[in-house]
Design a protein. Structure first.
Length: 57
């Protein structure tokens, strides 16, 4: 029975330490938003898709 109390005490202590750390010093993300449209250039010399259309197909 004493082992259960020690386990619960250790669990409560670890939970309290975890939340104290998360509330006082949360992890900071290193991710940055990126826009896909800003990373590639549209080629103007490409023919439009409508010019490749074959009406007899």
């Amino acid at each position: 029975m004493r082992a259960i109390y020690v386990f619960l005490l250790a669990f409560a202590l670890a939970t309290g330490a975890f939340w104290a750390t998360m509330l006082t010093n949360p992890p900071k993300t290193r991710a940055a938003p990126t826009a896909i449209a800003d990373t590639w250039v549209v080629k103007k010399d490409q023919p439009p898709i409508a010019d490749d259309y074959d009406p007899e197909f």
